[in-house]
Design a protein around this ligand. Structure first.
Ligand code: SF4
Length: 449
């Protein structure tokens, strides 16, 4: 049986698609299938933004590099919005015939569509509709496989369901090991010229999920047992791909894992990761820098201890500056995630966060802000009464899963937080040393050094 894995437009084409590489690896390891992959997102961008692909390779300074991304960001947002509108009106999006013809439906028994971002669901709808018309079996998977797209394919939620689906179709299962060091993750399907980046940046996951799993707003960790992948497997994965730049997409890493990765990277690889600013990681920043760590995205979230406790972030705001200072002094970029309008946050607590950022601005390179949103699966959704959340409603949307609205008993609502943020945005912007365009492609900060 021949299967094609596709990754539909739109998401930023600046990093290789981890979901396609790991899904192919999983299928090849566990089932007797012939598998091809097709990054249609990269194919779309290569056609639509050819000029950016050309100039990005020729840039000499980091300022020029950022400028190209700034223009690309503005233009691409308009292109995505226009195309999504076309899909909503029942029309085909740009390059549809050309992009669809790359699928070569006659060569495959099954097409599997990987949806990681909501922004992929519009173009995916157009592709899936056409595949359905042609009677092709479509499978869907990934965190954004929700809402209208489910009408056009069969959703497989986890590895168990994938194996079951294929074995029921008579495909023989294999006793492979995804993390066997002799079976490294291979990114060779993804050609360098298809990605909008001066260098190839590899997304690598070193563990199955976040080991902390407690933040009450969070839905993005996988609900599976925490498992650390073999160092030898990681080492071979880096080696066979000749990786020079790596973005560790783990939600969290332990101190021991950071040290282990620094050791195998031996400064031949420059890498970035995401962490909580807890004091247990103090004392290793210099060694991590020597082992290639160049950028950390810190889940700081708030400058108010009451809000951090309500979020169950497990951090102490008094100790966060020390963590940031040590990392900064070691030469590592500090990118901070900040979340406004967590339920019950007051105006004073909002301003505590702004004051925290300003007070520690010497150690901060970029601030990435968001406004809290209630999502299925988050602890705040499951026990809304603990957060003063009332009147939860779900509004149907045309393509995406329904959006959740709610009211709060006290504190700033999202609109009030937005207005307040607008007023203080100039103060946040002043803190940034890295251009804010890199908020949407944080892995690119590895090349802005
Ligand atoms: S926000 Fe990060 S640290 Fe907290 S539970 Fe989610 S993944 Fe884990």
């Amino acid at each position: 049986m021949k299967v094609l894995l596709v990754y539909p437009p739109f998401c930023t084409p600046t990093i290789l698609p981890y979901s396609l590489a790991s899904l192919k690896h999983f299928l090849q390891t566990n089932l007797n299938l012939e598998i091809d992959v097709l990054d249609l997102n990269a194919e779309f961008h290569k056609r639509k933004f050819a000029q950016y692909y050309k100039t990005i390779k020729e840039t000499k300074t980091k300022e020029d590099y950022a400028e190209i991304f700034t223009h690309f960001d503005k233009e691409s947002r308009e292109v995505y919005a226009k195309n999504n509108r076309e899909v909503l009106q029942g029309k085909n999006p740009e390059y549809f015939q050309e992009i669809f013809s790359l699928i070569k439906t006659e060569d495959y028994d099954i097409i599997a569509c990987s949806l990681v971002y909501n922004s992929q669901c519009f173009y995916a709808t157009a592709i899936l509709k056409e595949l359905q018309k042609q009677g092709i079996i479509c499978l869907l998977g990934g965190p954004a496989a929700k809402g209208k797209v489910l009408e056009y394919g069969k959703l497989l939620k986890n590895e168990h369901e994938i194996i079951e689906f294929f074995t029921e179709k008579g495909i023989q299962a294999k006793q492979g090991d995804f993390y066997d060091s002799n079976n490294p993750l291979d990114f060779s399907d993804f050609k360098e010229e298809n990605y909008l980046s001066k260098e190839r940046i590899f997304p690598i996951k070193t563990s199955s999920t976040c080991f902390y799993k407690q933040c009450t707003f969070c839905t993005h960790f996988a609900k599976v047992p925490y498992k650390e992948y073999e160092i030898a497997w990681l080492e071979n994965t880096l080696k066979i791909n000749n990786a020079k730049y790596v973005f560790l997409i783990d939600d969290m890493l332990t101190k021991e894992r950071l040290m282990a990765f620094a050791q195998i990277s031996q400064n031949k690889i420059q890498w970035a990761c995401q962490l909580r600013p807890t004091p247990d990681i103090l004392g290793i920043s210099k060694e991590l820098y020597a082992g290639g760590l160049r950028s950390v995205s810190w889940g700081v979230e708030s400058g108010s201890q009451r809000i951090l406790d309500l979020m169950k972030k497990g951090t102490d705001i008094q100790k966060v500056p020390k963590v940031l200072k040590e990392s900064h002094e070691a030469g590592i970029q500090n990118i901070l995630y900040i979340m406004f309008a967590f339920p019950t946050e007051t105006k004073e607590e909002f301003m505590e966060t702004i004051n925290f950022l300003e007070k520690n601005q010497a150690y901060i390179d970029l601030v990435c802000t968001s406004i809290f949103g209630l999502q299925h699966g988050a602890k705040a959704f499951e026990s809304p009464q603990d957060y003063g959340i009332i009147e939860i409603k779900e509004k149907q949307r045309t393509v995406l899963e329904g959006s959740i609205t709610y009211k709060i008993k006290q504190g700033l609502n999202n609109e009030e937080a937005r207005v307040l943020q607008k007023k203080v945005q100039h103060r946040i912007d002043k803190i940034n040393k890295i251009p804010k365009v890199f908020k949407c492609s944080r892995e690119q900060t590895l090349l802005y050094q």
